[in-house]
Every structure is written in C-alpha cells, then in structure tokens.
Design a protein around this ligand. Structure first.
Ligand SMILES: Cc1cc2nc3c(=O)[nH]c(=O)nc-3n(C[C@H](O)[C@H](O)[C@H](O)COP(=O)(O)O)c2cc1C
Length: 404
C-alpha cells in the first residue's frame, strides 16, 4: 500500500457480524498508515466488539446508534457531518440486515443514514453464514447496491464462526487495506488499460531438488502491478517463485517456475495487453537435460553442467509487438548503467527501460527501496523512494508523456 503523503479520512461502519472482532486490527493498521479513522457501530455491533478498544485505537470517540438523536453529539448533525467528512466509507463486516437496509434506502440507523448522505466511494464487505450469503434476498440486495456504484468485495471461502465451511468469511485485513488504498487512489488515469507484468526470478531445475536462480524478490514487479491497479488498470501478473509476495489482490495471476513457462505465458497474454512491463529476472540458461533423480556426489572434484540457452522473452515480445503496444523493460546493472540500459532498449525494441544499479545501497534485489533511472528514446527521469512510490512515479511519467 502506498504510504500517504497526507492523512486520509476513512469512515468505518461496523455492523453486527461476528467478524467485527477483527476490526481493531484494521483500525490500528489504518492509523499506522496515517489515516484518520471515524468509527460508527450499529446496535448489534456493540455486542460484537468493544467501543472502548476501537476508540482507544482510533484515538477518537466511537459513534453509536444512540448518538444519532443525542443532543450531546459533538458533530452538528452526526450522519451529515460524518458523511461529508469521509473520503471513503467502509462497511466491514456488513451484515445481511444492513445490506437490506442500504438496498431499500432506509435511513433509520446512523449507518444507513450516513450511506444515503455520503458522496464518498463506498466499499462493502459482506460477511455472514454461507446460507445467509447465498439467500436470494441477500444476493439481490448486494447486486442492486453494486449497480448503484457500491464496490462489493466478496467474502472468502473457509471455516465460519457457525461451525460450517463455506463462502462468508471477512477477507484478511491486508486485503481490506488494499481495497481502501485502491478506493483512495488519487489518480485513475490507467482506467481501461490492460497491463501485463512479469515479476520474480525463475528456477531452472537441474534435478528434482536443485535449481539455478537469482535473488530477485519480485518486489519491484509486484509494485508495478499493484500501482497500475490502483490507477485503474486491468492487470495480469506472471509471477515466478517468490517467498513473500504479500497480499496479491486485484489482478489475475499466473504462477510460473521456469523461463520456458514464463515465455509461454507472456506470449499467450501478449495479444491482450496494451502495455507489457518485463520486471522478472529470467534465467538465461537451463539444464540441457534435467536429471530424473537427485544428483549424487561423485568421486571427481569438479562437476560440469551442460546448459542450454533460454528464449529471450523481451526480444521475442519486441519482435511481435503491435504498433499500439507499449513495452517497458528493466535493466539491473552493476556497471555502466546508462550505456548498458540504452543498448538493451535498442536491442530489444523497448519503448522505455528502467535501469538500476543493483550494487548501490538501498537498491536492487530484496530491498524495499529503489533508485532508478527511467530512460526513454528522447529523455530520462530519475526516481527514488519505496518501490511502490517509484513504481507509481513511473506510471505517472508514462501517462504524463501520453505513452499510455
Ligand atoms: C453471535 C451472532 C453472530 C452473528 N453474526 C452475523 C454475521 O456474521 N453476519 C450477519 O449478517 N449477521 C450476523 N448475526 C445477525 C445480526 O447480528 C443481526 O441480523 C442484526 O440484526 C444485525 O444488525 P445490524 O445490521 O444493524 O448490525 C449474528 C448474530 C449473532 C447473535
């Protein structure tokens, strides 16, 4: 999630679902991302989660149903002031009952009156017993709300508080945070664009347990994918084997292991894409023949491997790309950064290349920060910061040049 330059105003409406017990963690994580959080509870939610805990974590009073008509309310007319204050309204968890209230346009509760009064985007996270979720009344209410512009984030499948297994769980806090980041994204200038991103290393197996690879964490490619989604793009990600990808949300993902698998996936998805970002660190060579069983230590002191060259994905994409497609590459260099990057851009027919010196402090493999040079045929720009900040700045630069 991008770190906000200024605090953002999140109005969190908690309704009477059992998953309300997870909300304190969400509040605490929003606060650590410098969001201001106002919290409103329905009467039923008061039975599920402590207002004292929520108020302590948000650093503010918590609004209860009784405050709707209270004369000691602080805000002038609570539902109007809260509705106008919010930059985004979150309903999490949202009960079947509240979804029905919202769909029917009732304003009897503080939460439903806020919903009617706000102009901010609304994110709704239904969470309930599977049968309640599948009930035609609930389905119809959620569909109607979606048609009216509410973003409905489907619950997850898993074990439910009622003891059964099914679709109805409130998604993980990290996923809710991703949705909030998406809703608060200041720019949607990639809306309607299809972005294909490759990320991570490849593993070229020598035998069933050993492989050739590199230390790519995939973080820069993941940041490119995530920030494209924040800006409204449709995103497909082709991801090599990474250890801690973080929450993967908002995009279609193909998991691959080897360079050959990545090659196939990229070429399959190429006709779909308006823009291809090649951030994966793809192995140049693979074993000529992969051993069927684990290689054993031999008497000889040395072992020679026979390797075959992998296809050059970027060059193949460069050769096949249409006039209207944009191709962006990465160059991880250890010397002569600009010259090497420019030569790679020419050889592989890239429209732009993002070059970084992987040996510089705070840059390159595994690090959370980066310092890059974005090189075009007719110019350059430099960016530094967290990988997400750098990725977002790259999209900003590409869109302001009207390349996308
Ligand atoms: C222990 C318990 C857990 C509940 N969990 C849920 C739930 O997860 N989802 C749901 O839609 N309703 C759940 N309910 C039912 C709601 O609390 C009930 O429909 C209530 O009227 C909702 O009020 P509200 O929408 O104003 O918060 C639960 C009820 C109880 C007693």
């Amino acid at each position: 999630m991008l770190s906000w330059k200024t605090s953002r105003r999140v109005l969190l409406c908690v309704t009477g679902g059992i998953a309300a017990y997870k909300i304190p963690e969400l509040v605490s994580r929003l606060r650590s991302r410098s969001c201001e959080v106002e919290i409103v509870l329905t009467k039923a939610a008061e039975a599920m989660v402590s207002p004292l805990v929520l108020g302590t974590l948000s650093g503010r009073r918590v609004w209860l149903q009784d405050d709707f008509f209270s004369s000691e309310r602080g805000f002038e007319i609570p539902h109007i002031c809260l509705a106008e204050w919010a930059e985004v309204v979150i309903l999490a968890p949202c009960t079947a009952n509240t979804a029905a209230d919202l769909a029917s346009g009732r304003g009897e509760s503080l939460v439903s009156a806020i919903f009617l009064a706000t102009r901010a985007p609304v994110l709704l996270f239904p969470a309930m017993n599977e049968h309640m979720y599948e009930h035609p009344a609930t389905c119809q209410n959620l569909r109607l709300l979606e048609q009216r512009g509410v973003r409905i984030v489907e619950p997850e499948y898993g074990s439910l508080a009622c003891g059964c297994e099914g679709k109805g769980r409130l998604p993980e806090t990290s996923l809710i945070l991703e949705e909030i980041a998406w809703a608060l994204s200041p720019k949607r200038n990639l809306k309607g664009r299809r972005v294909l991103v490759t990320a991570g290393p490849t593993h070229e197996y020598l035998d069933p347990v050993r492989f050739l690879s590199n230390p790519s964490s995939g973080k820069m490619g993941l940041a490119m994918a995530r920030t494209a989604w924040y800006r409204g793009a449709e995103v497909r990600l082709i991801l090599g084997p990474v250890n801690t990808p973080g929450v993967l949300h908002g995009m279609e993902i193909s998991f691959v292991v080897s360079a050959l698998e990545m090659y196939e996936q990229v070429l399959d998805n190429l006709p779909w894409a308006d823009c291809v970002v090649k951030a994966a660190a793809v192995g140049d060579y693979r074993a000529k023949a992969r051993a069927e069983h684990k290689l054993k230590r031999e008497k000889e002191e040395t072992l020679s491997l026979s390797l075959a060259q992998n296809p050059d994905i970027a060059a193949e994409v460069g050769a096949r790309k249409r006039e209207d497609q944009l191709l962006i590459g990465f160059a991880a260099e250890t010397n002569d950064l600009r010259e090497n990057a420019r030569s790679k851009m020419e050889r592989k027919k890239l429209d732009a290349i993002i070059a970084n010196d992987v040996l510089a402090p705070g840059c390159g493999f595994g690090s959370d920060t980066n310092e890059v040079r974005l090189i075009f045929r007719d110019g350059e720009a430099s960016f530094s910061g967290s990988k997400e900040e750098v990725a977002d700045a790259i999209w900003g630069s590409l869109t302001s040049r009207k390349m996308l």
